[in-house]
Ligand binder design. Structure first.
Ligand code: S3P
Length: 460
């Protein structure tokens, strides 16, 4: 089934802008939102989630959890703001209901891979489908470890969707060392461990985002971890313990905040404050990189909220210098490379980004598409199997003037609209409807700051 967002063909055009100014909040963090819905759907009692990202990807997870028997209802916040508070009544460990139909995850890799983990150790049969982009993404990375629990999993040839999982009736615990630095794979294994008697262990050589671990602790799961001298983490989950419902407040998504912040850095005479952003250290690689590049970006008012660090981010127009971004930093900024590459296009000198192999299996091949789109905008780039080099303009506006296809990728769409705001000529983005998968209200928010982004009627 295709939904409207995949076929509406929205075309947006970003034209040179200056003087971006204002204070904004971005929608809730996507990773935290998926996990809040999933753990709420599993826990005993009523979990309440405010600040949930009500975007296509997370709403797919809401539908998936409903198909598996959880009750999820959107209520309006008491403060009259119209904001949603989601009430989620969970099914308990091994309580999933047999879904009546295939579950369509749209564009969402996180939704499909984490849900696969949730159902792999309960005797239900679930068929997973997705949109054109998700149907090309590798599932073998979760099929392999989930099979070790005793689940039977069939995919399309090549290890892609559609995928059918027959969950194990008598799952056995697993010790699994991650072959790729992927929070989705780590999370799938940990979630499968929740309905498995005994202790499941994930060995993580390179740290990836740890929201699953933090949230499992908050929900009362039996989870422990240790880190050795080399920084290798071992995370243990002992299964069959019920989770208990929680109150969750989802902070703003740093991966979404990156776009207005980048626009402020690139557009002349700009100053933008993004409030209430998640600053979990496994997600702040872009801020670290921007500091090294000389950007004026400051963290204000850092504070604890619901087991996570949050803060406000203030960015101002800045000159940037090219640097080498080490591969070891990639997991903490994996979704930020398209916008970093756009920023690098305006720097003094060359920026080299290493360790990018995982970019090739995101919503599109982000390494290839980012490089092609930059070249189309008049920027000189070089790529290898897992690296990208961008020659900066030394602070001058890059030519722009191109029509860029999103390749079903929300972050490609937003990154090149930001480029258009600081280029000599406007940039047009086709397939901009994909922005709704992670950042509803992006265009309005950017306009409220003074960005010239308009709908290019009929340009499709
Ligand atoms: C996510 C993990 C990352 C990231 C994705 C969200 C998550 O993927 O790219 O947008 O919520 O766990 P990988 O874990 O596959 O790198």
């Amino acid at each position: 089934m295709r939904n409207e967002q995949e076929t509406s063909g929205l075309v947006l055009r970003a034209a040179p802008s200056r003087g971006l100014a204002g204070e904004v909040e971005v929608p809730g963090d996507k990773s935290v939102s998926h996990r809040a819905v999933m753990l709420g759907a599993l826990a005993i009692g009523t979990t309440r989630v405010s600040g949930l990202l009500e975007a296509a990807d997370v709403l797919r997870t809401v539908q998936a959890m409903a198909a598996l028997g959880a009750r999820l209802e959107r209520h309006s916040a008491q403060d009259g703001s119209g904001a949603g508070v989601w009430h989620i009544d969970g099914v308990g460990v091994r309580g999933w209901r047999q879904p009546e139909e295939a579950i369509d995850f749209g564009n969402s890799g996180t939704g499909v891979r984490l849900t696969a983990g949730l159902v792999a150790t309960t005797p239900v049969k679930v068929i997973f489908t997705g949109d054109e982009s998700l149907s090309k993404r590798p599932m073998t990375r979760i099929v392999e470890p989930l099979g070790r629990f005793g689940a039977r999993i069939d995919t399309a040839p090549g290890g892609t969707l559609p995928m059918r999982i027959s969950g194990a009736a008598e799952p056995v615990p697993v010790e699994y060392e991650l072959p790729v630095p992927s929070a989705q794979v780590k999370s799938a294994v940990l979630l499968a461990g929740l309905a498995t008697p005994g202790t499941t262990t994930v060995i993580e050589p390179v740290a990836s985002r740890d929201h699953t671990e933090r949230m499992l602790k908050a929900f009362g799961a039996d989870i422990a971890e240790e880190v050795d001298e080399q920084g290798v983490r071992r995370i243990h989950v002992t299964g069959m313990k019920e989770l208990s419902a929680q109150e969750i407040v989802v902070p703003g998504d740093p991966s979404s905040a990156a776009f207005p912040l980048a626009a402020a850095i690139l557009c002349a005479d700009s100053r933008v404050l993004v409030q209430n952003v998640l600053l979990n250290p496994t997600r702040t690689g872009l801020i670290e990189t921007l500091h090294e590049m000389g950007a004026e970006i400051r963290i204000l008012n850092p504070r604890q909220s619901g087991g996570e660090i949050v803060g406000d981010l203030l960015a101002e127009t800045s000159g940037l210098r090219g640097i080498t971004v080490p591969g070891g930093r990639a997991p903490s900024m994996i979704d930020e490379y398209p916008i970093l590459a756009v920023l690098a296009a305006f720097a003094q000198g060359t920026t080299r980004m290493e360790g990018l192999a995982e970019l090739r299996v995101k919503e599109c091949d982000r390494l290839a598409v980012t490089a092609q789109a930059l070249a189309a905008c008049g920027v000189t780039v070089r790529t290898g199997e897992d690296w990208l080099e961008v020659d900066g303009s030394g602070g001058k506006a890059v030519p722009g003037g191109a029509v860029i296809d999103s390749h079903h990728d929300h972050r490609i769409a937003m990154s090149f609209l930001v480029l258009g705001l600081a280029a000599q000529q406007p940039v047009t983005v086709r397939g901009a409807e994909m922005i709704a998968t992670s950042f509803p209200g992006f265009t309005q928010l950017m306009r409220s700051l003074g960005a010239d982004i308009t709908e290019a009627a009929g340009a499709a």
